[in-house]
Design a protein around this ligand. Structure first.
Ligand code: BV8
Ligand code: ZN
Length: 299
């Protein structure tokens, strides 16, 4: 396999694929200004993931964990989807699929699994609301799996209510948390996000029970979302397109091997190829916000 794949062989593979799955990691959103985890200014360089990205860490210090997520959630809110998000979202448009993926067996868009919880892939889809019918939008949303959760969802520890909101701040005390002061502010647990919001008046109704909320993000040691659906699709997909991931976090890191072992093909879009990338069938090195739209022929 050459260091760089030629476009035509990749486009032929797209044209012949009866089923395609897209898998993304933090590199997909790097072009939108969202820091990755393991790059030179990666998040895990300055933060101990065991302290802020595990259930144990949250139990030990929910205030620190909430501060860690709230500034990242703010950053995601201020960010915009980039050309790579838009290129993947465009696969939800039937005419684009007809042109690029004429051999697809399914009427639906390719399953798109993102490890990112920044919500940018969902927003890129929602930006197509004047192109997709409501039914097409619903199907497209179903075909997007945020396997490590979403910064815009919370779960109540007491009544388990899952809430989706772009509102900010999630509690008044978190309003001034920044990347610089996150974890340093003395915010007591009773001023962290609560079920029923900051104006909770003491009811104990589902979704308004006053319980402590947690970010609906999949932490280390927790089971990612959508694994059943993902396993079913990987069982027969012919082409897995992997965008912007260091392939170090499982089970996502094992998806390419699952597809290869079954005779499927793997295309990788990354900035710095690792050893595991070398055995990809197609390899595109560079910023995916440029390489992916170009390879798909979607401007
Ligand atoms: C689970 C939310 C059980 C939190 C995240 C030992 C061996 C194997 C596995 C394990 C082990 N010990 C423990 C485990 C399991 C563990 C794991 O894999 N640990 C690793 C570190 C060894 N996994 C888990 O705990 C998972 N759960 O295993 O449960 C189970 C499983 C199945 C069935 C039953 C039970 C849960 C993992 C989820 C953890 N949560 N995030 C938070 O972020 O705050 S993980 C976090 O890492 C993000 O979700 C992120 O997406 C993910 C992977 O990182 P990447 O996305 O790849 O980001 P990274 O910075 O590493 O790389 C960026 C890449 O992009 C680079 O390659 C770079 O070159 C490239 N790039 C940069 N810019 C660009 C670009 N590419 C293109 N264009 C650009 N512009
Ligand atoms: Zn509740």
């Amino acid at each position: 396999m050459s260091a760089e794949s030629d476009l035509q062989s990749f486009r032929n593979a797209l044209a012949n694929a009866k089923s395609v799955v897209v898998l993304a990691g933090a590199g997909l959103s790097a072009g939108s200004g969202i820091p990755t985890y393991r790059g030179q200014n990666g998040l895990w360089k300055t933060q101990d993931e065991q302290k802020v990205a595990t259930p144990e860490g949250f139990k030990e210090n929910p205030s620190k964990v909430w501060q860690w997520y709230h500034w990242r959630r703010d950053m995601c809110l201020q960010a915009q989807p980039n050309a790579a998000h838009r290129a993947i979202a465009a696969l939800a448009v039937p005419s684009v699929r007809g042109r690029l993926l004429p051999s697809l067996k399914s009427e639906k868009p390719p399953l798109f699994v993102t490890q990112n919880f920044d919500g940018l892939s969902l927003r890129a889809l929602e930006d197509l609301s004047d192109t997709l019918s409501p039914a097409e939008m619903n199907i497209a949303r179903e075909r997007l799996i945020e396997m490590h959760g979403s910064a815009f969802k919370t779960i109540c520890l007491q009544c388990k209510h899952v809430n989706f909101t772009y509102d900010r701040p999630l509690s008044p005390a978190l309003a001034n948390v920044t990347r610089e002061n996150a974890g340093e502010l003395d915010i007591p647990v009773d001023q962290l996000p609560r079920c029923g919001g900051p104006n909770w008046k003491g009811s104990n109704r589902y979704g308004r029970c006053g319980g402590l909320l947690r970010p609906a993000v999949v932490w280390f040691g927790e089971v990612p979302d959508g694994l059943g659906e993902i396993a079913r699709e990987l069982n027969w997909t012919e082409l897995l397109i992997v965008v912007g991931t260091s392939s170090l976090v499982y089970p996502a890191a094992g998806f390419a091997k699952t597809v290869k072992d079954r005779g499927g093909k793997v295309a990788i879009f990354t900035l710095e190829p690792t050893e595991s990338d070398r055995n990809a069938d197609f390899l595109f090195v560079g910023p995916c916000e440029k390489t992916l739209p170009n390879a798909l022929g979607i401007s």
